[in-house]
Design a binder for this molecule. Structure first.
Ligand code: CO
Length: 139
C-alpha cells in the first residue's frame, strides 16, 4: 500500500460557529469551505495547512457518530486520514493482515473523496481513515 500524505486530521466540535474563530482568527488559518456530509450526519469546516487539512466536524443530529463521540469524550481529535493511491487495494491488504475495518467497501466522504475507516482496535486506539481524493477519481 502506498500512503501519500496525511490528508487531514478530523476534530470533533459541538459547534462550528463556536470553533471556527479560534482556527481562523487566532491561528490565522484560512477557512476553505463548509460542507455537509449527509451520509455521516456531519457538517465539516476545512482549513488547508500545507498539503494537509484540518477538518472540524459538527454533528447534524443526535444519531450522528460525532454526537456519540462528543458524549463519550468531549471535543477533541476524532481521526487521522491518510491519502492512499488505491483505496480498494489498501483495504484488501489490511483485511488480509487481519485488521478490522469499519468500512469494508469505500463510501463517500467530504470533497468528493472515497473513504474507509479502520477500526481503532486495529490501529492503536486511533480511528484511522483511508482516503482517495475526489480530484482524480469522480464517481
Ligand atoms: Co475524515
Amino acid at each position: 500500500m502506498v500512503l501519500e500524505k496525511i490528508n487531514h486530521i478530523g476534530i470533533a466540535v459541538r459547534s462550528l460557529d463556536e470553533a471556527i474563530p479560534f482556527y481562523r482568527n487566532s491561528l490565522g488559518m484560512s477557512l476553505e469551505g463548509i460542507e455537509e456530509v449527509a451520509e455521516q450526519k456531519v457538517r465539516v469546516a476545512f482549513f488547508q495547512i500545507g498539503e494537509s487539512k484540518i477538518e472540524l466536524l459538527e454533528p447534524t443530529g443526535d444519531d450522528s457518530p460525532i454526537a456519540g463521540f462528543l458524549v463519550k469524550n468531549g471535543p477533541g481529535i476524532h481521526h487521522i486520514a491518510y491519502e492512499v493511491e488505491d483505496i480498494e487495494a489498501a483495504i484488501e491488504k489490511l483485511v488480509q493482515d487481519g485488521a478490522r475495518m469499519i468500512d469494508a467497501v469505500p463510501r463517500n466522504g467530504a470533497h468528493g473523496a472515497r473513504i474507509a475507516f479502520i477500526h481503532p482496535k486495529s490501529s492503536n486506539g486511533v480511528l484511522t481513515e483511508l482516503c482517495r481524493s475526489g480530484h482524480r477519481i469522480r464517481v
